[in-house]
Design a protein around this ligand. Structure first.
Ligand SMILES: [Zn+2]
Length: 418
């Protein structure tokens, strides 16, 4: 696509934005459809025995239910967004907020805050239905209504405090430094993302979950033995109460330097044998040894810088405001129009990040294979897929676009090769 912001009319830009929104919806729906056509494929030979006959039928049912749910919820938000565009929602909201205050920073903060809050309210019934109807029906849900609503409130407060704080500083930079604002914004966002990466486990996770050091016992002994062999300190291994919300199990590596830690879900410990858990742990230690967190962090900081630079070229253009029917150009209108214009590009950067992430997963699997055993990890992955009724036959395009991990089949193939 090639266009010149100066000669384009507001009307053309309006329809470019609409086209991007609609095409993205069509493309995502098409991918979902492609994926769904393979829900009932025969299970690949290498994965035989993951499900018994009943479980496989149940998993097909689960996939179909989620597919329908995702179509309805994305169709609903598409209608809502288009309605907002065609009925001049942005203009009305802008006029209303300007009647409340003259302070331009407050106007921008309120404008973005109201949109995010409204979006949260509107999508809550969907997430409620997903948790208490769908996940409940298939026996995954462990969350109480109290936990659900507390999560919502905590999430909102966190968004207001952290998101609002950062946004305030960014808008302030925009007003004070004009075209150089992207450099300052990049600086503050870089400091913020390094800070969050370091302190995520100690500051953010405890708001939602309890993390405890691994208990003494046979499991700890097996882990200790392996950790010692590869030089990983045991006090960096924690158990989290994932069972508070779901029966689905997981493990992850977070942070770097002295703040690094491996987090195992309590559900993982319940479901797997000690040997399988050490296999999973070996995979996570692989992420640490290969410095994956740092690479991902550096890359995301670089992409943020490029995005901010392009944003700085466009954000001041009165055309963005015109296209959305708003008379006064402003930070908040610029950022919304830019967000949509830029989304095809961020779709592509997202693709690269997913691809890199899948590459890192193979490397972590290889690390587990070379330093522990491939069998323990294969057995753990099969069990985890079984217990979460995973899709064993995803469409390759869907994997390419959306998967941050290779499919189970790909991982088992890789772990099985010499
Ligand atoms: Zn991994």
């Amino acid at each position: 696509m090639h266009f010149n912001l100066e000669t384009m009319t507001a009307n053309t830009l309006f329809y470019i934005l609409i086209t991007i929104i609609v095409l993205e919806f069509v493309w995502e729906t098409y991918l979902d459809f492609l994926n769904a056509k393979h829900f009932k494929d025969p299970i690949p030979k290498l994965l035989e025995g993951v499900f018994d006959e009943d479980e496989y039928l149940k998993s097909q049912d689960y996939k179909k239910t989620n597919y329908r749910f995702s179509i309805w919820s994305s169709l609903f938000s598409l209608v809502l967004v288009l309605g907002f565009f065609f009925l001049d929602g942005f203009a009305y909201l802008d006029i209303w907020i300007r009647s409340l205050t003259d302070n331009s920073i407050a106007v921008s903060l309120l404008f973005i805050g109201v949109l995010l809050f409204a979006n949260d309210i509107i999508t809550t019934p969907f997430s409620y239905y997903h948790t208490f109807v769908i996940e409940e029906k298939y026996g995954f849900n462990k969350s109480t209504k109290k936990t659900f609503w507390l999560d919502k409130i905590k999430g909102l407060l966190l968004m207001i405090l952290l998101g609002g704080g950062i946004l305030f500083i960014v808008i302030w930079f925009y007003e004070k430094t004009a075209s150089n604002f992207w450099v300052y914004t990049w600086g503050i966002l870089t400091v913020f993302s390094i800070f969050i990466s370091l302190f995520y486990s100690t500051l953010i996770v405890p708001i939602f979950n309890k993390q405890t050091p691994l208990e003494d016992g046979e499991l700890k002994n097996s882990i200790q033995e392996f950790a010692k062999k590869v030089g990983f300190k045991l006090h960096n291994i924690f158990v989290i109460d994932g069972s508070k919300r779901s029966t689905k199990a997981n493990a992850y590596f977070a942070g770097f330097g002295p703040k690094k830690r491996i987090v195992l879900y309590d559900t993982l410990i319940d479901d797997l044998t000690n040997d399988e858990i050490v296999g999973v742990l070996a995979h996570e230690i692989g992420h640490y040894k290969k410095k994956h967190t740092i690479y991902t962090l550096v890359l995301s900081i670089l992409t943020t810088g490029i995005t901010l630079f392009i944003l700085s070229l466009l954000i001041g253009s009165p055309l963005l405001a015109d296209a959305l029917g708003v008379t006064t150009p402003s930070f908040h209108i610029g950022i919304i129009a830019f967000g949509i214009l830029y989304s095809p590009i961020s779709e592509i950067t997202g693709l690269f990040m997913n691809r890199l992430s899948r590459k890192f997963e193979y490397q972590a699997d290889d690390y587990a294979k070379n330093n522990y055993t491939a069998e323990s990890l294969v057995s753990a992955l099969r069990k985890l897929s079984k217990n979460s009724l995973s899709n064993l036959t995803p469409h390759p395009w869907y994997v390419f676009m959306h998967y941050s991990h290779p499919s189970l089949l790909q991982r088992v193939q890789n772990l099985g090769s010499k």
